[in-house]
Design a protein. Structure first.
Length: 67
């Protein structure tokens, strides 16, 4: 962890003696869903930007223009 964003992230949690295989599988599953959601949002933002950029007019200024 580079920069903790909450006070609880500063606490050192002692390792637990036994780990649940189902808990590890669930955490991996949720991490995968989280990555899919991030990728989907990123793709939608790229599409939205491309669509929005098509509506912008390109302004070209000439040497004698008053701006």
């Amino acid at each position: 962890m580079d920069n903790p964003s909450r006070v609880l992230e500063l606490i050192v949690v002692p390792p637990i003696g036994r780990l649940s295989i189902q808990a590890i599988d669930m955490a991996d599953y949720l991490h995968g869903i989280h990555e899919q959601v991030k990728q989907t949002i990123n793709n939608k933002n790229i599409k939205y930007k491309a669509l929005t950029d098509t509506h912008h007019m390109r302004v070209v200024f000439e040497v004698a223009d008053l701006v």
